[in-house]
Design a protein around this ligand. Structure first.
Ligand code: TRP
Ligand code: ZN
Length: 875
């Protein structure tokens, strides 16, 4: 930074500084004259003064806009000031019509926020604060207005002109352009505005609501992609039906549109009546999409649809309340996936995200409560904490209230707040008022950041025939908060006879006890009647987002793996058994001791793998080791090489031990390639897991090539390539080449290939990743490409990202310098692994700090990166 021109530093906003606006806007009339570089926007708003402060100026947010004119009640208005971020109008009447004309440049908009071009189409992304890149506005979620939108564009290039609500009129102009007029009857905040213009193929269907209303459903995809849209349509219909059945919530417009675009910063966006989706979460057919992609489409389609009530009808008062809509909507989409598919497998996958990346975020410089207290760049707070931990907080309320009272709470919440902008406090109040459950202490989950640890000890008193459990909770200080208090933690437990594994009823002094214990104090004891020694299963179903310290013996864990009545608890016991041995082996590796894994460990797993009463998808989860990142979270100082080595060692041990069973699984499971039922998906997952282990055994690895050649869908193709990649088989290059030959025209499919390049465990990985950047399908401007190649390398290839020569860090710095100007949102997500430098050994810390300082010195550092780098370097 030059000493003379000291740039103004971005300022934080604070939750407690919230003030209601001085003005509101009740109606907006928008007109867009679309052009690649010179789009004209005219916004005509009905504005009302709502505060008693008669002299208050009207301050409208605006970014990267060219202001053409301002008029009030039809007269040109000059009593204003404006700068880079704001337009301030003075001496205004109490009620008036404001008309503002601006010009914007969509084709220069590589940040993908506001109005931009995705390929040949125009589209918008307004959450959180993108509407201010379209026009000067009260761009805050507590200003709810009725929108009318007229879109004008060339008829040939843009036959479809879409916006929120219902189409009320259309016409053609003499110069080859045409126009469409849209009207959205539901008042909404500006972040839910959307506009799309382009040429698409459309999949049309319909849905009849529980009250018999017909809703037209339309999915817009790039020309030629119609055969990839039916799964999204089926998912939408399932979501609409599910929300009626489980939550009693019905859709409220006559039309629901989804547009798939290739350039998108996130997963999808719930704009009223016109969702815009990353094409990754719409397009799927058996040739192009894996089973996980199918499930991802179902979940995201559900998520955006569920926002119609939890987000759109009831929105957020301010952005600090983001978890009000996101935590709740993630909870709803998780329940949707669980009701339609395998509940335990869904739970396991959600728990893996909390225990891996969410716990890591909690322990990082970016640590924040699910309702943050201070924000510089709102886009930085669309986080795992707000979304996934936010969902866990809703889930805990569901656990404490039970389904019936939870639904009563939801009804009260809707009754009280429909059509308004609400707060997290409002939600909890509705839950507690409707149920009579006191949530006063529970609410601390909204304000306290960090991950509580539960230290549990137990003892059996043979004389008293009593089992004692002592629970101590502790939350370590986080980067944002040094003082922590005791939380209300629902702790679900079960008891099993230590000798037989038979379930033991939970009783205390002759009375039966609820399996969910209320842990509310720092230390608390619980007693249970038992006639013989028991094994306790703790935190069943992951009843709270906490870590657990309890000294299980291998035998007790093996017993739980075999006999626990909850399939979740069986999986969790298997993970705890692994965790014990991973920790021990890492220490052995560091001490130079030869590694060995007791035969009994592999044997305990084999019992589960061979248990025919279990769903194949669940067995597949049991066989899946925790990721290197999740394991890293267990250590104060992360030893990337030791962790990678130990994880590979355990996989090799298991492959040898289980060889016969793996072969049988691989050859016996024969799901049809075109069967996408949950059963078939589970069977493929198990079969392909078996293949991944077999690939580690030279005598069996030949099956990988056979699998690739015989693959009848993308899941099997990818299973072969993934196995070849992680086992570093000699056939890898050939499979990769053949895939690229077939799919190089299709960026979305090539993302899978880029991801395998990024996670390649071979020595030359980084050089290869560098080379792949010039592959014709790679495009630094496309967030999906960046995430699949660069994101997978920095997040999921720790050994090379953390190479001791600093090459991985420098590679990231170079990408970030480019993205900082081109797309700050994508840059800001990519930097996360670098922020965690304090967790590594000294030499790596030095290199990572240097990389951060290098970025901090950029003279055009975007707010997004500024906020994160400053936090990381500051503490
Ligand atoms: N509300 C969106 C969702 O959760 C999130 C989202 C989509 C978003 N695009 C964004 C957030 C861009 C910030 C910026 O479904
Ligand atoms: Zn959402």
């Amino acid at each position: 930074m030059s000493a003379s021109a000291k740039v103004e530093q971005p300022q934080a906003k604070f939750r407690l500084d919230y003030q209601a606006p001085d003005f509101t806007i009740t109606d907006v009339d928008l007109e867009f004259d679309l052009d690649d570089q010179h789009t004209l926007v005219q916004a005509t708003s009905k504005v009302k003064r709502v505060s008693s402060q008669q002299d208050a100026a009207l301050c409208l947010a605006g970014e990267s806009l060219k202001l053409l004119s301002v008029s009030v009640n039809g007269e040109l208005w000059s009593d204003y000031q404006h700068d880079e971020h704001e337009l301030r109008l003075f001496h205004l009447p109490d009620e008036f019509e404001l008309c503002i004309q601006t010009e914007i440049n969509p084709s220069a908009n590589t940040a993908l926020e506001g109005l931009y071009k995705s390929g040949d189409a125009f589209c918008t992304q307004c959450e959180a604060e993108g509407f201010r890149r379209i026009t000067y506005f009260l761009d805050r979620p507590d200003v709810l207005a009725r929108y009318q939108t007229r879109v004008i564009a060339d008829a040939k290039q843009y036959p479809f002109l879409l916006s929120n609500g219902n189409k009320i009129d259309e016409g053609v102009l003499t110069d080859g352009r045409h126009w469409v007029q849209w009207q959205d009857p539901h008042p909404k905040p500006s972040y839910l505005f959307a506009l799309v213009a382009g040429d698409f193929d459309v999949l049309r269907d319909q849905f009849t609501t529980m009250n018999g209303r017909q809703v037209a459903l339309e999915i817009f995809v790039d020309k030629g992609n119609l055969d990839r849209a039916p799964h999204a349509m089926a998912s939408l219909q399932n979501a609409m039906k599910w929300d009626e059945e489980r939550f009693g919530l019905e859709y409220d417009l006559d039309i629901y549109m989804i547009v798939a675009v290739d350039f998108f910063n996130m997963g999808a966006m719930e704009n009223k009546g016109l969702n815009v989706f990353n094409s990754k979460f719409v397009l799927a057919n058996p040739q192009t999409a894996t089973d996980d992609d199918y499930l991802g489409v179902e979940a995201v389609i559900g998520h955006e649809y569920f926002h119609n009530w939890t987000g759109n009808r009831i929105t957020c008062r301010d952005w600090f309340q983001l978890s009000l809509k996101e935590g709740l909507t993630v909870f709803r989409d998780q329940e949707f996936s669980s009701d339609l598919g395998d509940r335990t497998v869904n739970r396991i996958n959600n728990v893996r995200i909390i225990r891996g990346p969410q716990f890591a975020e909690d322990a990082s410089p970016m640590s924040h409560p699910i309702r943050p207290d201070q924000v510089i760049e709102m886009n930085n707070f669309y986080t795992l904490t707000v979304y996934e931990k936010g969902s866990e907080v809703i889930r805990m309320m569901h656990t404490l209230l039970g389904e019936e009272k939870f639904q009563a709470g939801m009804r009260l919440y809707v009754e009280r707040h429909d059509g308004t902008a609400a707060t997290c406090d409002d939600f909890v109040a509705a839950m507690s008022d409707a149920s009579g459950v006191d949530l006063t202490q529970f609410k601390l989950w909204y304000s306290q950041s960090g991950t509580p640890n539960l230290m549990v000890t137990s003892s059996y008193d043979a004389q008293q025939q009593q089992f004692n459990l002592t629970v101590t909770q502790q939350t370590k200080p986080t980067a944002d908060q040094s003082e922590k208090v005791a939380l209300h933690i629902p702790l679900r437990i079960a008891l099993y006879d230590q000798k037989t594994g038979a379930p033991v009823a939970l009783m205390s002094q002759g009375q039966s006890v609820d399996p969910v214990l209320n842990v509310t104090q720092e230390t608390q004891s619980f007693q249970f009647d038992c006639t013989s020694p028991v094994i306790v299963s703790l935190l069943d179903d992951f009843s709270a987002p906490v870590t657990l310290s309890y000294d299980y013996s291998d035998d007790d864990l093996a017993m739980l793996m075999r006999h626990a009545t909850s399939p979740y608890a069986r999986w969790d016991a298997s993970q705890q058994l692994l965790a014990k041995h991973v920790r021990r082996l890492v220490a052995d590796y560091q001490a130079g001791v030869e590694l060995s894994l007791p035969y009994t460990v592999g044997q305990s797993f084999l019992h589960i793998i061979e248990d025919e009463s279990l769903a194949p998808a669940l067995i597949a989860e049991v066989m899946t080791l925790p990721s290197e990142n999740e394991i890293a979270g267990w250590f104060d100082v992360i030893d990337v090489d030791a962790i990678a080595h130990v994880r590979r060692f355990i996989r090799a041990c298991f492959a040898q031990h289980w060889e016969t069973t793996l072969q049988a699984l691989y050859h016996d499971l024969q799901p049809a390639a075109d069967d996408f039922s949950h059963q078939a998906i589970g069977e493929r997952c198990l079969k392909n897991n078996a293949l991944a282990y077999l690939a580690l055994l030279p005598a069996n690895s030949k099956w990988v090539e056979v699998h690739f050649e015989q693959a009848g869908n993308m899941t099997d193709t990818m299973a072969a390539m993934t196995a070849a990649n992680s086992a570093m088989l000699s056939c890898r290059e050939q499979l990769m080449q053949s895939f690229s030959d077939r799919w190089q025209q299709d960026g979305l499919v090539m993302d899978k290939w880029f991801m395998l390049q990024g996670t390649n465990p071979a020595q030359n990985c980084l050089a290869n990743v560098e080379a792949v950047k010039s592959h014709p399908a790679f495009d630094m401007k496309n967030p999906n490409r960046v995430r699949s190649l660069i994101g997978s390398f920095v997040n999921n290839n720790p050994v090379y990202f953390h190479a001791l020569d600093g090459s991985g860090y420098q590679f990231l710095v170079e990408a970030l310098i480019q993205l900082n100007t081109a797309n700050p949102q994508v840059a800001s997500r990519l930097i996360d692994p670098l922020l965690k430098y304090r967790r590594y050994d000294e030499p790596r810390q030095v290199l990572m700090r240097q990389a951060l300082e290098q970025l901090a010195g950029l003279d055009n550092l975007a707010k997004d990166l500024f906020e994160k780098i400053n936090k990381a370097l500051d503490v």
